[in-house]
Design a protein around this ligand. Sequence first.
Ligand code: T4K
Length: 391
Amino acid sequence: MKAIQNPQDLALNGAIPAFEQALHVGRPNTGSREHFLKYAGEIFDRRWLTNNGPIVQEFEQRIADYHGVKHCVAMCSGTISLEIAIRALGLEGEVIVPSYTFIATAHALHWQSITPVFADIDPTTHTLDPDAVRRMITPRTSGIIGVRLWGRAIPVDALQAIADEHGLKLMFDSAHAFGCSYKGKMIGNAGSCEILSFHATKFFNTFEGGAVLTDEDKLAETMRLMRNFGFAGMDNVIHPGTNGKMIEIAAAMGMVNLDAIDNMVAANRRNYLFYRDQLSSLPGISLLPFDEYEHNNYQYIVIEIGQECPTNRDDILQALHAENILARRYFWPGCHKMKPYIDLNPHAGLMLPNTQEVADRVILLPTGTTIDIDIIRTVVSVIRVLLEARA
Ligand code: T4K
């Protein structure tokens, strides 16, 4: 790793990149390879590969216990978990969601001929603003999906009050919030259900995978049917369904990663604190804070580029990419500016000023167990030297 002290050290100015191999925001964390291979051997011996196998069942119990929730219904992805939960709740017509989220939140609705109606966010938390949600309610609205973006705070009580007042269903896309709490309560129990993603790039992964957490017995039963074609036993289909099952080898990855989860959170927290320290002296750059009184997974390092910064967000991104630091501008430009939503409602942005502003000023920096403090020092020095050169 080369030292970056002067503008001529920047790859942007012709120097060799700081990193030979790309640094990713979503480099997977992995638990014990040895234990994983032991599970794999057992799967071979048992010849039970999928369809609610014993590892999936144990995995579901551990995830439910971890979050203190009654049911965990494991699925093959976070997106399928969203689709199944949306259908099991009977959502239809219009559903209010933030535009500032991964496209899957909106797609899971559109895929089922439901219109996602985008409401604006609170610029400090990056999550749904309850007042903005109220403004988007119409006679066709059937529900609200809150997104616990970056695993951080979302006004659960205010959203529940709006849902109750208008007879709407409320659920949460908690794809980023595995192991997080809000107001001292672990996620999983808010609204009717909460969905998780275990995609490779999430700090906790099952290669691909997802789950729905709920305290509602009937809802859990319906989703279990729906993820397996509606089968209630051999030759007996009693419900519409699809194939949303988690496979045994994915659950095995989940088991070894659960065993290692404390180390993964500790690495993320160490990185977060070091980034916070290193970034604190840079003008116009602020790190989105985690509330230390809550359980956090610290999986995303989100920085915001403000007015006082001597350069703009995309200039910084370009300098980082030149060094092979593949920082991301999640979730730019917002779902409402992507297809098919831009065609369906080209003027949606008029109601989304905070979304547009936040999407234009955010950068995510690499973290996780493959990133250490020496790497972070170099990442931050690239930004520091660039800002000094632009000042
Ligand atoms: N709701 C929310 C709020 C979400 O953020 C997501 C997913 C979902 C729902 C849906 O859940 P899933 O159906 O995905 O379970 C990534 C992930 O693909 C996506 O899961 C995630 N959110 C989103 C925030 O990030 P991309 O397209 O930005 O990145 P991707 O998958 O190309 O990976 C990023 C980089 O990580 C790669 O360029 C290389 C590296 N990488 C990736 C993989 C897959 C590795 O080093 N190893 C790997 O195995 O979406």
